[in-house]
Design a protein around this ligand. Structure first.
Ligand SMILES: [Mg+2]
Length: 282
């Protein structure tokens, strides 16, 4: 369910984007702040939908919006795809339906059961209570131990027949390993594809922008992909190779611009703002 079939391509109308390293301006890049204002203006002027897809909780996302002056999204996929939020109009239905969808996927098994299974495991430390969700249990570990911890956790979950798996990453700022246990198959891409088939837009209208491994599945799901300039070369090459192999090479764009500037560059490349506009300022 993390891939979409696009029989009849539609013009782009929705920007879905990762936050950290992608939409959020990098502190050392002055151009990013200017391009954030321009991107915000263009999204409003052209009435484009905006979707955030982030590992952050909704509270942490709200903090980022306030701190960096980000535009408010119409929808947000938070907690690495385990929660869905609507900010404009009526969306409670979709958010609740998504929770029911996760209930079905997990066979009704909550993250608390994973927490029990991993109790006493060496080398992991639970993240703050604010990081835990009904369908997500999150831990820290040493970056070099992520693989070993993931294997042991998988064995413990399998022994109890818990349909969960770990999404792993390393915090680029602190260098700490992060493990999020979620129901099998759940990811930012999974939530986005679900949203795009249950909300008020179509998957074929979506552009997805990202910068790191946890964006890979969404970048190759069939949306128009933007890999920003600060992404690792391996990620850029993998996304391009995958899309070209599927005959969707035109759905790959590797930005020269970093983070926010790369997102704006990609949106222009795909024609999200027709007329090549951008010259008029409010
Ligand atoms: Mg990122």
């Amino acid at each position: 369910m993390t891939e979409i079939n696009l029989q009849s391509p539609l013009p782009p109308a929705v920007l879905a984007t990762d936050l950290d390293g992608t939409l959020i301006p990098l502190p050392e890049v002055e151009e990013n702040r200017r391009d954030l204002r321009e991107l915000t203006r263009l999204l409003r002027a052209h009435r484009r939908l905006l979707v955030f897809a982030t590992g952050r909780s909704v509270l942490s996302m709200e903090e980022a919006i306030a701190t960096h002056g980000l535009p408010h999204p119409d929808w947000a996929v938070c907690d690495v795809g385990t929660t869905l939020h609507r900010f404009v109009g009526r969306g409670e239905d979709a958010a609740e339906r998504y929770e029911r969808h996760l209930e079905e996927l997990s066979g009704g098994v909550d993250g608390a059961e994973v927490e029990e299974a991993l109790a006493g495991m060496a080398g992991v430390q639970m993240q703050d209570p604010g990081a835990q969700r009904r369908f997500k249990v999150s831990y820290y570990c040493e970056a070099e131990r992520v693989g070993a911890v993931e294997r042991e956790a998988a064995e413990r979950c399998a022994a109890r027949d818990l349909p969960y798996e770990a999404l792993t990453s390393v915090d680029p700022f602190s260098g700490v390993g992060l493990l999020d246990f979620v129901p099998h198959g759940v990811s930012k891409a999974h939530a986005l594809v679900w949203l795009a088939t249950h909300a008020d837009f179509h998957p074929g209208e979506v552009i997805y922008a990202g910068d790191s491994g946890n964006d890979l599945a969404a970048l190759i799901a069939g949306f128009r992909a933007i890999v920003v300039g600060n992404a690792r070369e391996e990620l850029r090459a993998e996304v391009q190779r995958d899309l070209v192999e599927k005959g969707r090479g035109e759905r790959f764009f590797g930005s020269r611009g970093l983070a926010t500037s790369g997102v704006l560059e990609g949106c222009r490349h795909y024609g999200l703002f027709p007329d090549g506009s951008g010259a008029e300022h409010e």
